[in-house]
Design a protein around this ligand. Structure first.
Ligand code: KIV
Length: 242
């Protein structure tokens, strides 16, 4: 799984063969430039989700439920999950929380909308946690959250920043798949934020992240070459003129 937020990148990810594309609420930070995931709205998630859906031919598309779109009540959560599925055409939604959101997961499932739960480090809890980035090692708590999500009907559990041994235990104790980010090699699958793994956000460099390309450097260099060729008159040449 990787994240994508628009038609062009979702098409690239789909063509590359990922099983699933997450329209993550990380778009608040990666695309919109906020310092947390909190500001992004349901309407904005839908706007980006639609673009992704139009590009994808085969991958499963999951759209994040943004902060305060599901926390107030299960009813409001069902309404917002319904809007996301109906207006984007995506396959499923994801929300943060295990045990504390089990009633909400159950309600969304009752509306026949598949839900993935996101446990471990929860970026939407940044205010309560006093920051992001602490590795979660409490096996009892993580097992309880993951099992509660499974019991409520979640089709998968995303584990963020969980120590590898605990992620292994959680994965082995569930019958639904786990998808890890910063959760070691024993999860059923892995997810990375698309722009991060492509090297488009080089200042974000946590231990769990691997840059599979250096696209920011290449893009800056390409634009520098364009600027310099326009200034020197080398571009457009006869070859690029009508
Ligand atoms: O919003 C997001 O990008 C996520 C990541 C943890 C994959 O949920």
């Amino acid at each position: 799984m990787v994240t994508a937020y628009d038609h062009m990148w979702a098409g690239i990810m789909d063509e590359a063969g990922v099983d699933s594309i997450l329209v993550g609420d990380s778009l608040s930070m990666v695309v919109q430039g906020h310092s947390t995931t909190l500001p992004v709205t349901v309407d904005q998630m839908i706007y980006h989700g639609e673009m992704v859906v139009r590009a994808v031919k085969r991958a499963l598309i999951i759209v994040d439920m943004p902060f305060m779109s599901y926390q107030v009540s299960p009813e409001e959560a069902v309404r917002n999950a319904g809007r996301i599925i109906k207006e984007t055409g995506a396959d499923a939604v994801k929300l943060e929380g295990g045990r504390i959101q089990s009633e909400t997961i159950r309600s969304i499932m009752r509306a026949d909308i598949p839900v993935m739960a996101h446990v471990g480090m929860r970026p939407q809890a940044v205010r309560q946690l006093g920051g992001m980035g602490k590795v979660q090692r409490n096996a009892e708590q993580l097992l309880d959250d993951a099992r509660a999500a499974e019991d409520a009907g979640a089709f998968g559990v995303l584990l963020e920043l969980v120590s590898a041994d605990v992620a292994k235990e959680v994965t082995e104790s569930l019958s639904i798949p786990t998808i890890g980010i910063g959760a070691g090699p024993h999860c059923s699958g892995q997810v990375l934020v698309g722009p991060d793994m492509l090297g488009l956000t080089p200042s974000f460099n946590p231990k769990f992240l691997k840059h599979f390309a250096d696209l920011r450097t290449q893009a800056v260099s390409a634009v520098q070459n364009y600027v310099s060729e326009v200034k020197s008159g080398e571009f457009p040449s006869a070859e690029h003129s009508h």
